[in-house]
Design a protein around this ligand. Structure first.
Ligand code: MN
Length: 371
């Protein structure tokens, strides 16, 4: 039996952190479209159950048309015998009432193959000997009595929060889940949501826990492979496999400028080696580091333009430091020397000092930088 485990879709999230309003809107549409693709994947791969482990929405506010669309996709998948299990996450509204997770009660008809966990612990039987249990955390509970499962069979538990390896209380603003409360309860697979990076580890002697991660990276802190987890259950044994499924990936690239000659061509060549294998639909951030000559003129604006023409999104971050020998300038009777001495004694932050020195020295050299 195949069970698809996914979480943290954050549908309708603003996505405007780096992107223009237009591209952010495109990303929101792509995310929704990817959800539909995932349901199609589940139907084509004879999946029996889809576990939606929280934060389906970003703010709890899914538009009614989106809710209606998601519920229709779920409803239609009943044709292929797929059931959906949903537990609300901290981003989903109404989680204290919990019913519906991201779905607002009353406005849309709930499909019969959608099972939603509320704040009361509940167990569903998926097939002979295979159970799915869970509950929506409200952030206020301190202890939860997790019942012990039967020794026989295969038992899945769904929760949304951050698993703590040490003993402690449930809940709080960060939705803590103490691991000890779940150990030795005959749980085979703890299907979690909340962390945006795939993580699969040991729960106790019998079971494992798993975070599938978010399905698409949203910012440059979410660069690893994104997708969902496919759990293959065969009798009492199972294995969980990560399936990369993201439409676009984000890449952080570091470029050390120290040895790169100060020409546009040399910069372009150095960058080409780092980006040529990356797909055009991806998002990249190049961080330029290393030491540069104080009067080096680097046309990053031009280079960013070149990258923007190639990728869905590109940005260059200038984090160079200026190679400056203060002794050289201490007795330098020139406009340059006077400028450097004044900047160094102006009480600016390191970053400001670097920027002012770079622009000023380039200007004194007769090169104006477009910054
Ligand atoms: Mn969360």
């Amino acid at each position: 039996m195949k069970i698809l485990h996914t979480a943290d879709w954050h549908l309708m999230s603003p996505m405007e952190h780096h992107l223009t309003a237009e591209k952010a809107a495109q990303r929101r549409r792509e995310l929704l479209s990817r959800f539909a693709d995932m349901v199609r994947y589940a139907r084509e791969h004879q999946v029996s159950a889809v576990l939606l482990a929280g934060d389906l929405s970003d703010s709890g506010a899914l538009s009614f048309s989106v809710q209606d669309y998601l519920l229709s996709l779920i409803f239609d998948a009943a044709e292929d015998g797929i059931s959906f299990y949903l537990v609300a996450g901290n981003h989903d509204r109404d989680r204290t009432e919990a019913v519906g997770g991201a779905f607002t009660r009353g406005r849309c008809e709930m499909p019969p193959n959608l099972f939603v966990f509320d704040t009361q612990w509940k167990t569903y039987t998926l097939a002979e000997g295979i159970t799915i249990s869970g509950k929506a955390l409200c952030g206020t509970e301190e202890s939860i009595e997790i019942p012990c499962m039967d020794e026989d069979g295969y038992h899945i538990v769904m929760l949304h929060g951050i698993l703590q390896e040490y003993d402690g209380a449930f809940g709080g603003a960060d939705d803590r889940i103490p691991m000890t409360a779940l150990q030795n309860k005959n749980i085979d697979y703890l299907a979690l949501g909340h962390l945006h990076t795939f993580r699969h580890g040991k729960l106790d002697k019998r079971g494992t826990y798993c975070y599938p991660g978010c399905p698409e990276g949203r910012g440059f802190d979410e660069c690893s492979d994104k997708g969902f987890v496919m759990l293959h259950v065969d009798g009492g044994s199972a294995n969980a496999e990560f399936v990369p499924f993201a439409k676009r990936r984000l890449h952080r690239i570091s470029l050390d400028i120290t040895e790169i000659p100060c020409t546009i061509h040399a910069l372009e060549q150095a960058l080409t080696g780092k980006i040529e294998a990356l797909p055009q639909e991806d998002l990249i951030r190049v961080t330029v580091c290393g030491e540069d000559e104080p009067d080096a003129v680097r046309d990053f604006a031009y280079m960013q333009k070149r990258l923007e023409e190639r990728f869905f999104f590109a940005e260059i971050r200038d984090e160079r430091t200026v190679k400056i020998d203060i002794e050289t300038f201490r007795h330098d009777v020139s406009l340059r020397g006077e400028f450097v001495r004044r900047v160094l004694s102006a009480g600016l932050s390191d970053k400001e000092t670097q920027q002012v020195l770079r622009c000023g020295l380039a200007a004194l050299k007769g090169e104006l930088q477009d910054v």
